[in-house]
Design a protein around this ligand. Structure first.
Ligand SMILES: Cc1ncc(COP(=O)(O)O)c(C=O)c1O
Length: 482
């Protein structure tokens, strides 16, 4: 029953009318009808560009370099059946509610994953959640009042944006460079905010193989960030879905681990977010938070209001899987596969991207961040790319203030090597067309950035800048040595 129809069902109401067809879904007048009923926050809530894109790219003919999908295709079906069989031996438990904080056996699996990264954790410090995504939501629920400041990296994880906006946070982004978040810029920003009487509630960072930037925060920056968090008494939300998926270079300690190893030996300001999504399966929808106890208690209360507990069946699956000891071999397979795919994408970019483009060369994770000449707009390009059945995430999805217009996020884990090559080739073609079109319109062969879009204000630039031009760790041009 729609709101307008509510009277027509009443006894003794006016004569029956021809039943009115409900308006098509998503029409704007449809939304207006409910306007008075929606909470004010829905006016600032934004949807995740990635989730919207997933609906568009679900067609089999589309090569999607847009998702953040791990490759679940090689998880052995027999092993899945076997594990589910063991879960079925505990049917009554599997079909029952679980404690909000999670099953002990699942927490033991978390300890294994964190241990693999050299971050010991006490099961008492954990809350099992419905994906890592829920940790972001719960942290906002626990910490953010409307107008509170969150400091994030620029670009940041596009999926965090709907959570930040739903809680009406004011997000200030710090531009990334090859070593992650530049801490001097962070300090300048914190000083400026302090002068304005604004104290951020937390600093959100993805230190390993950042999504979408592909860069990793250096060890000195990690140490300095912790120092700042302690000095200024600010929380750091360390989002670490990809740390285990390192393809080269030496592993770096997590912020959570560094904090624990330093000073008091306890965690005071780091809230750690982990997930089974990228190291096992996103279909399980299981993640976790590790945090100081007072924070954990608030997150737990927030979770009670959200979903009582995360899937018991999934938790038992994880527990059985990790108990089987199969995980290290599976991770090795994933790492080998993703490394090959990353290399394929880097080679394809070197072959097909225009000379002015540059891109990151991630040491792990799932994403490459490519930046085109300023006058190319990747949101426009996406429409053209989709008509050629290839998709990527346009850079603006990773910013809250319209920056990132000439960048794109490319995923290399979710599709096989031939599709990566073909997908990048098609994107290269679409770019080349735009370059030719621009050249024909302007008579220039080597286009200068035109005054195509209004330049961002100095204020906006203070918060958000593009990734720097190629330097240490950035992608190479075709013909350069690897
Ligand atoms: C940086 C980051 N954080 C959190 C998530 C949420 O993942 P999930 O809810 O599947 O655990 C993702 C997923 O892609 C991510 O990339």
């Amino acid at each position: 029953m729609t709101i307008d129809d509510s009277d027509s069902g009443r006894q003794g109401a006016s004569p029956p009318q021809t039943p009115r067809r409900p308006p098509a879904r998503g029409q704007s007048h449809d939304l207006e009808r409910y306007a008075a009923l929606f909470a004010a926050r829905t006016q600032v809530m934004t949807s995740s560009a990635m989730r919207d894109l997933m609906a568009l790219t679900d067609r089999p003919e589309v090569i999607s370099l847009a998702g953040g999908l791990p490759d679940t295709s090689t998880f052995p079906a027999e092993e899945f059946v076997e594990i589910m069989g063991r879960v079925a031996q505990q049917t009554a438990r599997a079909l029952q509610y679980a404690p909000t904080e999670g099953l002990e056996a699942c927490k033991a699996a978390v300890a294994t994953v964190m241990g693999a990264e050299g971050t010991p954790v006490d099961p008492e410090d954990l809350l099992i959640t419905t994906g890592g995504q829920q940790v972001i939501d719960l942290v906002c629920k626990a910490l953010i009042d409307p107008g509170d400041v969150i400091v994030a990296e620029g670009p940041t994880y596009p999926g965090a944006i709907p959570a930040f906006t739903a809680y009406q946070a004011d997000v200030v982004q710090i531009p990334l460079d090859d070593d992650g978040m530049p801490i001097d810029l962070l300090e300048e920003t914190l000083d400026r905010l302090e002068r304005e009487g604004r104290r951020p509630k937390f600093i959100y960072t993805i230190p390993n193989f950042q999504n979408p930037g592909g860069v990793t925060m250096s060890l000195p920056r990690r140490r300095r960030l912790l120092q700042i968090a302690r000095e200024r008494e600010l929380f750091v939300l360390e989002d670490n879905p990809y740390g285990v998926l390192r393809y080269e270079g030496d592993p770096l300690p997590s912020l959570f681990g560094l904090e624990r190893a330093s000073g008091s030996g306890a965690n005071e300001f780091v809230i750690y977010l982990g997930t089974f999504s990228k190291v096992l399966s996103p279909g399980l929808r299981l993640g976790w938070a590790a945090a100081p106890h007072p924070v954990l208690a608030k997150l737990n209360t927030g979770k009670q209001g959200a979903d009582l507990n995360s899937s018991t069946i999934s938790q038992l699956f994880v527990a059985e899987y990790f108990a089987s000891g199969a995980w290290p071999a599976y991770i090795t397979t994933l790492k080998e596969r993703y490394r090959r795919r990353r290399d394929t994408m880097l080679d394809a970019l070197a072959e097909h991207a225009p000379p002015e483009a540059h891109w990151t060369r991630p040491q792990g994770g799932l994403f490459i961040w490519a930046t085109l000449p300023d006058w190319l707009d990747t949101t426009d390009l996406l429409a053209r790319a989709l008509s050629r059945n290839v998709a990527f995430v346009p850079g603006r999805a990773a910013f809250l203030n319209g920056q990132g217009g000439s960048s794109m996020r490319l995923n290399f884990s979710g599709v096989a090597e031939p599709e990566i090559r073909e997908g990048v080739r098609r994107i290269g073609e679409v770019i080349a067309e735009q370059v030719r079109l621009y050249g024909a319109l302007t008579g220039r062969r080597d286009p200068e950035p035109p005054a195509r879009r209004p330049a961002p204000s100095d204020d906006a630039l203070a918060d958000v800048l593009h990734l720097p031009r190629p330097g240490k760790g950035a992608g190479r041009r075709s013909g350069e040595t690897r």
